[in-house]
Design a binder for this molecule. Sequence first.
Ligand code: NDP
Length: 342
Amino acid sequence: NKYIVIKHHIEDAPKEAIFELKTGTIALSVAPGSDDIIVKNLYISIDPYQINRMKLSSSSQGTSSFAAPINPGEAIDGAVIGKVVASGNAKFQKDDLVLGVFTWAQYSLVKEGSILRKLESSEFPLSYYLGVLGFNGLSAYAGFLELCKPQKGEKVFISAAGGAVGNVVGQYAKLLGCYVVGCAGTQKKVELLKKELGFDEAFNYKEEKDLNYALKRYFPDGIDVYFDNVGGETLEAAVANMRIFGRVAVCGVISEYSSGGRKASPNMLDIVYKRISIRGFLAADFLNVFEDFLSKTSDYLRTGKLKTIEDISSGVESIPSAFVGLFKGDNIGKKVISLAEE
Ligand code: NDP
């Protein structure tokens, strides 16, 4: 059973060299009386927040991540879709498709009490349930629609707009009739946003000398809603360009996850005078709207109103470069590792 560990904690920028591919053995049957489940992993979700679990500060201070620390030498866990190979748990049978927090491995041993749910239908490709129909989609739905309460015609700005969460936010915003501008780090992503996903405008933030100026170009009358995936100077520039009663949903601050990243220091007086609301959130806080999210988003997919952008690599061996690639902007849309055929 191949699996991935970190050799040591991440101190600065993530590098492939901190990961190690290990091989172990795993029994593909469960002992009588045990309630363990053995899962053959099919798709692994690759998510930026995991870096915060790999930092030393996450284990020593417990503050930099909402999830448990990842320690060197231990199999890393995260969102995975798999198929049950053997089960001592009456709620799960062999061949059930399941989504849960399992190891970055070919096979996982899942203990009673682990986060696990059955995937009853697979009308859509399974990988969608890690992205557009999973926590990325829910983040977009909850952070944008529930928190920011956008109105038709409002002006919306999205950072990391070519990524898993950002592209969905932009598509929801267009469906609602908003004016939508996204920024991303490559020309290819910029073209995708404008030509395929219907964004009104998009720009490459790496080519802008002054983000404040760039935002004035696209929002001469200001921004109503900013969906923040990156923090740092982009958040500062967005706050400087917000309209009165503007809303900012802080989904993540990826530019601040590496030690070199500049911490956002938005102009507080702007926030007061313009009565701007800035709200951080976790998708996990919005499980109460999960069913609504799933049914509306599934409808949008069925009717072709929403496009799915996925970036799939194969094999456990590809996990380190896929993960590190998130911080270099390599991925276009949702980064997923495919491991095996159903
Ligand atoms: P993405 O698919 O957007 O991948 C990350 C992207 O971030 C990269 O492709 C890159 O795109 C961009 N990026 C990387 N480094 C930087 C940087 N220094 N400055 C600006 N952009 C950068 O990831 P997700 O959609 O999964 O996640 C987006 C954000 O949302 C993250 O901050 C993540 O932690 C957060 N998140 C929060 C959740 C919640 O519950 N609150 C749930 C899921 C995600 P580019 O080419 O544009 O640079």
